[in-house]
Design a protein around this ligand. Structure first.
Ligand SMILES: [Zn+2]
Length: 150
Protein backbone atom coordinates (compact mmCIF):
# COMPACT_ATOMS: atom_id res chain seq x y z
CA UNK A 1 0.00 0.00 0.00
CA UNK A 2 1.37 3.41 -0.91
CA UNK A 3 1.80 6.15 1.64
CA UNK A 4 -0.69 8.29 -0.27
CA UNK A 5 -3.42 5.66 0.00
CA UNK A 6 -2.59 5.25 3.66
CA UNK A 7 -2.91 8.99 4.19
CA UNK A 8 -6.24 9.06 2.34
CA UNK A 9 -7.40 6.17 4.44
CA UNK A 10 -6.52 8.00 7.64
CA UNK A 11 -8.38 11.10 6.44
CA UNK A 12 -11.36 8.94 5.51
CA UNK A 13 -11.18 7.27 8.92
CA UNK A 14 -11.18 10.66 10.65
CA UNK A 15 -14.30 11.63 8.70
CA UNK A 16 -16.06 8.43 9.72
CA UNK A 17 -15.18 9.08 13.37
CA UNK A 18 -16.48 12.63 13.05
CA UNK A 19 -19.74 11.44 11.49
CA UNK A 20 -20.27 9.28 14.60
CA UNK A 21 -19.30 12.16 16.93
CA UNK A 22 -16.15 10.31 17.98
CA UNK A 23 -12.87 12.09 18.57
CA UNK A 24 -9.86 11.15 16.48
CA UNK A 25 -7.78 10.25 19.54
CA UNK A 26 -4.11 9.24 19.08
CA UNK A 27 -5.09 5.73 20.23
CA UNK A 28 -7.85 5.36 17.64
CA UNK A 29 -5.59 6.66 14.88
CA UNK A 30 -2.75 4.37 15.95
CA UNK A 31 -5.11 1.38 15.91
CA UNK A 32 -6.33 2.23 12.42
CA UNK A 33 -2.80 2.77 11.10
CA UNK A 34 -1.78 -0.62 12.48
CA UNK A 35 -4.88 -2.23 10.93
CA UNK A 36 -4.07 -0.71 7.52
CA UNK A 37 -0.62 -2.23 7.78
CA UNK A 38 -1.68 -5.64 9.11
CA UNK A 39 -4.93 -6.17 7.19
CA UNK A 40 -6.21 -8.90 9.50
CA UNK A 41 -5.20 -8.84 13.12
CA UNK A 42 -6.16 -9.64 16.70
CA UNK A 43 -5.96 -7.05 19.49
CA UNK A 44 -2.63 -8.57 20.59
CA UNK A 45 -1.15 -8.17 17.12
CA UNK A 46 -2.40 -4.59 16.78
CA UNK A 47 -1.01 -3.67 20.21
CA UNK A 48 2.36 -5.17 19.32
CA UNK A 49 2.42 -3.30 16.00
CA UNK A 50 1.61 0.03 17.71
CA UNK A 51 4.31 -0.48 20.33
CA UNK A 52 6.81 -1.38 17.61
CA UNK A 53 6.08 1.42 15.16
CA UNK A 54 4.90 4.41 17.22
CA UNK A 55 5.26 5.81 20.68
CA UNK A 56 1.52 5.76 21.36
CA UNK A 57 0.80 4.17 24.72
CA UNK A 58 -1.91 1.53 24.48
CA UNK A 59 -3.01 -1.55 26.36
CA UNK A 60 -4.41 -4.71 24.76
CA UNK A 61 -7.72 -4.03 26.54
CA UNK A 62 -8.07 -0.51 25.13
CA UNK A 63 -7.04 -1.70 21.66
CA UNK A 64 -9.65 -4.45 21.87
CA UNK A 65 -12.31 -1.91 22.87
CA UNK A 66 -11.41 0.36 19.97
CA UNK A 67 -11.41 -2.54 17.48
CA UNK A 68 -14.79 -3.75 18.75
CA UNK A 69 -16.40 -0.32 18.60
CA UNK A 70 -15.03 0.20 15.08
CA UNK A 71 -16.46 -3.19 14.09
CA UNK A 72 -19.86 -2.08 15.45
CA UNK A 73 -19.69 0.93 13.14
CA UNK A 74 -18.90 -1.34 10.20
CA UNK A 75 -15.39 0.06 9.69
CA UNK A 76 -13.88 -3.37 10.32
CA UNK A 77 -15.29 -6.83 9.97
CA UNK A 78 -14.53 -9.31 12.69
CA UNK A 79 -14.40 -13.06 12.92
CA UNK A 80 -13.45 -15.66 15.47
CA UNK A 81 -10.57 -17.80 14.25
CA UNK A 82 -10.23 -21.49 14.99
CA UNK A 83 -7.49 -20.73 17.51
CA UNK A 84 -10.21 -18.84 19.37
CA UNK A 85 -9.03 -15.32 18.76
CA UNK A 86 -11.10 -12.44 17.52
CA UNK A 87 -9.57 -11.18 14.31
CA UNK A 88 -10.48 -7.84 12.82
CA UNK A 89 -10.43 -7.24 9.09
CA UNK A 90 -9.75 -3.84 7.57
CA UNK A 91 -11.15 -4.93 4.20
CA UNK A 92 -14.91 -4.64 4.18
CA UNK A 93 -15.39 -5.28 0.43
CA UNK A 94 -16.81 -8.70 -0.55
CA UNK A 95 -14.15 -11.35 -0.24
CA UNK A 96 -13.41 -14.86 0.92
CA UNK A 97 -10.70 -15.98 3.28
CA UNK A 98 -8.11 -18.65 3.39
CA UNK A 99 -7.31 -19.34 7.00
CA UNK A 100 -3.73 -20.50 7.42
CA UNK A 101 -4.16 -23.08 10.17
CA UNK A 102 -0.41 -23.32 10.77
CA UNK A 103 0.39 -19.63 11.21
CA UNK A 104 -3.12 -18.52 12.23
CA UNK A 105 -3.36 -15.86 9.59
CA UNK A 106 -6.00 -14.85 7.08
CA UNK A 107 -5.47 -14.23 3.43
CA UNK A 108 -8.02 -12.46 1.28
CA UNK A 109 -9.35 -14.13 -1.81
CA UNK A 110 -11.26 -12.02 -4.30
CA UNK A 111 -13.18 -14.20 -6.74
CA UNK A 112 -16.24 -12.46 -8.11
CA UNK A 113 -17.18 -15.37 -10.40
CA UNK A 114 -17.36 -17.78 -7.48
CA UNK A 115 -19.26 -15.22 -5.39
CA UNK A 116 -21.81 -14.84 -8.18
CA UNK A 117 -22.37 -18.61 -8.41
CA UNK A 118 -22.80 -18.90 -4.64
CA UNK A 119 -25.12 -15.90 -4.37
CA UNK A 120 -27.22 -17.20 -7.24
CA UNK A 121 -27.51 -20.59 -5.55
CA UNK A 122 -28.45 -19.18 -2.16
CA UNK A 123 -30.92 -16.68 -3.59
CA UNK A 124 -33.08 -19.71 -4.51
CA UNK A 125 -32.42 -21.64 -1.32
CA UNK A 126 -34.70 -21.15 1.71
CA UNK A 127 -33.91 -21.98 5.32
CA UNK A 128 -37.00 -22.33 7.45
CA UNK A 129 -37.06 -19.78 10.24
CA UNK A 130 -34.17 -17.72 8.88
CA UNK A 131 -33.44 -15.03 6.42
CA UNK A 132 -29.83 -15.04 5.29
CA UNK A 133 -28.03 -11.84 6.16
CA UNK A 134 -24.60 -12.55 4.84
CA UNK A 135 -22.42 -15.23 3.30
CA UNK A 136 -19.05 -15.68 4.94
CA UNK A 137 -16.71 -18.16 3.29
CA UNK A 138 -13.55 -19.41 4.87
CA UNK A 139 -11.28 -22.00 3.31
CA UNK A 140 -8.81 -23.64 5.63
CA UNK A 141 -5.34 -24.11 4.24
CA UNK A 142 -1.91 -25.27 5.19
CA UNK A 143 1.06 -23.49 3.57
CA UNK A 144 2.78 -25.55 0.89
CA UNK A 145 6.09 -23.84 1.50
CA UNK A 146 7.86 -23.45 4.81
CA UNK A 147 8.14 -19.86 5.91
CA UNK A 148 11.54 -18.51 6.78
CA UNK A 149 12.13 -18.23 10.50
CA UNK A 150 11.74 -14.62 11.63
ZN1 LIG B 1 -10.20 -10.20 4.75
Amino acid sequence: MTTQTQKNNIEHFKNILKSHSLKATPQRLAVHEAMLKLGHASADMVTEEIQKSSGTKVTVASVYNILTSMAMLGIYHHRLSSNNKMYFDVNTFRHFHIYDCENHQYRDVVDNDLMEIIEKYFSRRRFRGYSIENIDIQLIGRPTRKRKAQ
